[in-house]
Design a protein around this ligand. Sequence first.
Ligand SMILES: [Zn+2]
Length: 324
Amino acid sequence: MSELHKFIFEGLPVRGMLVRLTDSWQEVLTRRADAADAFPAPVRALLGEMAAAGVLMQSNLRFDGALVLQMFGDGPVKLAVAEVQDDLAFRVTAKVVGEVADSARLEAMLNVHGQGRCAITLDPKSRRPGQQPYQGVVALHGDQREPLQHLGEVLEHYMLQSEQLDTRLILAADDNVAAGLLIQRLPVQGEGNLQGAQRNEDLIGLDESFNRLSLLAGTLTREELLTLDADTILRRLFWEEPLRRFPALRDDSGPRFACSCSRERVGSMLKSLGRPEIDGIIAEQGRVEISCDFCGLKYHFDPVDVGGLFTPPGQQAPGSTATH
Ligand SMILES: [Zn+2]
C-alpha cells in the first residue's frame, strides 16, 4: 500500500520523511503499458523517483496548491513531469524522442549537451488575477560543473538554493515501487525572516546532528529502499537515534494516483487550436481522438461535438448539448 511516514529526531533540529508508492505507482505504469509509446525502463525509473520526490517535497512544504516537478532535457527525454496536489494525489508523464539506452542515467537522458534543467513550480489553488505561480530552476550539474546522475542530488541543490536548508534525498524506483527518504535540517526560528534566513545560510553544512543523520541515511542502499518496509528501514538506519514517528498517511489521506483531466478541459484545448485545424483533422480521420498524457484516458469528438465547441452558447438550438 502507498504510504508516507513522517518523523523527527527529538531534541535535534532535523526532520525526515519516507515515502513508498506501491499500488498507486503500479497503476500509473499499467495505464501506460499498452500504449505504443510506453516509457523505456530508465524513464519509468526517473518518473517513479520524481513522483516519490514530489510527494516528499509537497508534504514538506505543505503548499496550498500543486507542486509541479519538471525536467527539461536536451537528450532523448525532452520533458518529464510529476505533479502532486496538496492532498498528495499525484500524476506523471514524459515526452521521449529517440532511443534511451537501458543503462542511461540522468546525463544520458536529459543533459547530453549540458542544457538540462529541473524546474519546481508552486501553483497556488486560488491565484489572484495576474499572479504568477512561483518557480525555481536548477541546472543538472554540481558546483564543479560535473554532471549529476541522480535526481536526489539535483533536488538537494535546489533546496539548498531556495530554502538554505541542508537536505539529504535518497530516491529509487523500479516497476513495483517508487520510494524516497528525505532528511532535512529544520529552519532556524529567527526573530525576523531576514535574520532567520541569514542564520540558516551560516549553518549550511555545519550542523553536527544533521551531518550524522545524513551520513546514516546515505548508507541506505537502493535495494533496501525498494524492498524493505518503512519500519525496518527506519529501525536499521536510526536505531541509536531519538526517532519519534507520526502516524503514517495512507489511503485517502496518503499519496495516491489521480488525474485531473476532463472532457471539458480537452474541449477548451481543442478550441484554442482553432476551427480550421480541428476541421482538418475531422476531414482526415472522421473524428478527433485525444488521449491524456498522464492517465491514458481517450476523449473522442465527432463532427457534431466539434460543431458544439465552436458555437457560442446563445446560438445553440434548444436542447442541444455542446460539451458532453
Ligand atoms: Zn488524465
